[in-house]
Design a protein around this ligand. Sequence first.
Ligand code: PHE
Length: 479
Amino acid sequence: METSKRGQWGSSFGFLMASIGSAIGLGNLWGFPYKMGKTGGFAFLVIYLILVALVGIVLMLGEFALGRKTGKGAGGAYTALAKKYSFIGYMAVISPFLILAFYAVLGGMVLRYCLGFLVQLFGVDGFAGQGSGFFSWLLYSEQSMLLFLLLFLVCTMVIVMGGIKGGIEKFSKAVMPALGVILVVIIVFVALQPGAIEGYKFMFQPDFSLFADGASFFEVLKTASGQMFFSLSVAMGINITFGSYLSKEKKLQRNAVMVPLFDTLFALLAGMMILPACAAFGVDYAQGPGLLFASMQKVFLDGMGGTAGNLMGFLFYFLVFIAAITSSIALLEVLTAAVVDRQLDKGKEPKRKKTALVFAVLIFAIGIPVALDALGRGGAAIQAPYELLGLTPDSPGYAMWNDCWLDFYDMITEGILMPLGALLMSLLLGWVFPNLVKDECEVSGHRFKGAAYFKFCFRFVIPVVMLLVLATQIQSFFL
Ligand code: PHE
């Protein structure tokens, strides 16, 4: 009864594709390469991998177990454990809300680039006469930014309205394998360009010079941890929600390992696509968030040029767009599920479509500052937080307000809510309900291998790492 009204995955493959689809997204294609480019390549990679093993995989399993055990999305799952834990569920729902607000802005920009290259293939100028200066133009073009934000949100909403099996699962099953193929095609193409080797060296040549200075170690730890949360989609209720649609025969553990594995592999491959491409065409990879846009456009437009450049450019941005959509549907689903669960609890008919629409409208509204502040470059339609407060980079507390609305939303989620949520969840699963994960994993009749490892991480490793991350974040407010 209730399950059918809530929805359920049609197959394990579908669930896996949807979970991997949620994990793989702009975090891998935009965040990972630029953060790696900015914070020093190899050192970042090593810390990132350690965090995935000790924190990411463990949290993911915890969330799947919590969702399937309670049969509720993030909002309801904690309440089902005990009323006093409800607040953790609410916290988990704030993150997808803020993240989707900036995610959709970036996704819209990706869509704009994708269409730009598409029309170029037909001989029409796709970049408003700006060539590789298009990024700076786009950021100040209010109409384009809002229009593409809207388009991206509409695509997301339509899929979520289709429900679990008919919407999210169907879409993910169709596009995820294609994504892998396009990625491999581009990587091979890039590898054949002279000079690409420098990019691989930057990623894989051991270099720990960064750690000579303790402060930068903690900075890298904080950046890598935020990236891990974001990229794996942990600590914001996604996996609780997705787990709740999973039937009891399915093996939780295998999925909890497969998703991070694919996600990490994909991040590495994204790095191997973007960094060598920049190296080959003489584009700087330490330039931050613009890497995916300004730098990569330059690679295709000026570096490769001609039809090949337009075709590869189109394929590249199409790949990023698909990856972004499979993530944004997960974000909208968490929010929608939280409300649908409440409607069901109250014995009402669930209103999935209407709920998804209301959230899409709200997210559009809070996405507006992100779309219109030109990423904090100044002089835009909407002022960035630091401009509103009249701060300069030397003012105390500047770091707290960050450069732009995107960074600000990002700091609240990746820097505070997610580590805090992860801390609370691991304390609950490690100390208060120590058998929950094990029991839920064994419901399917399989022995829970590695129970001791997971328990140790829940009890000690995750709390300590999260406290360090939170401390680094809080300390940065005073600098
Ligand atoms: N994991 C996605 C990415 O890497 C982003 C995301 C975060 C998706 C949270 C869903 C939930 O881009």
